[in-house]
Design a protein around this ligand. Structure first.
Ligand code: HEM
Length: 119
């Protein structure tokens, strides 16, 4: 089995700056920041790390079997907001010089989770 993209790009250590930047951009986008105003900081940071891990192919065990649908059921995430997150993700990956073919794979993985996240 080939290694995950998460490991290819150096795991938690190398990906921390990317996760930070992703988080900063989400919080600088009013349409997205509003989902997190009542979320405590720790959960929020965990969210960004897990988000990146999942879309970069880490197995489910990494985030302890968290059910995506359950985790988002109360947040009323719209189609538009989901697309906005995908755009921020794509821009961040590009700015961190993730390879183009890997970006395509990551975005496909993220989009494949849409049904579970949008309500
Ligand atoms: C592929 C996309 C996504 C993945 C892999 C993902 C992953 C997760 C995970 C693992 C949790 C549970 C966090 C925890 O309690 O430890 C969570 C919660 C949450 N997610 Fe996501 N997420 C995704 C997309 C989104 C989007 C698009 C939004 C909003 C625009 C969003 C907003 C939230 C919110 C508000 C919570 C609840 C935080 C709280 O408990 O207050 N997520 N997500």
């Amino acid at each position: 089995m080939s290694e995950s993209l998460f490991d290819k790009y150096g795991g938690v250590e190398t990906l921390t700056p990317l996760v930070r930047e992703f988080y900063k951009r989400i919080m600088a986008t009013p349409n997205l920041a509003r989902y997190f105003i009542n979320t405590d900081m720790e959960v929020l940071i965990r969210h960004q790390v897990q988000f990146i891990a999942v879309v970069m192919g880490k197995p489910a065990a990494f985030y302890e079997g968290m059910d995506m649908e359950e985790a988002h059921a109360n947040s009323n995430i719209s189609d538009r907001s989901f697309e906005d997150v995908i755009d921020v993700l794509e821009e961040t990956l590009r700015d961190f010089e993730v390879e183009e073919l890997d970006i395509i794979e990551i975005i496909e993985k993220a989009k494949s989770l849409k049904k579970e996240i949008v309500s």
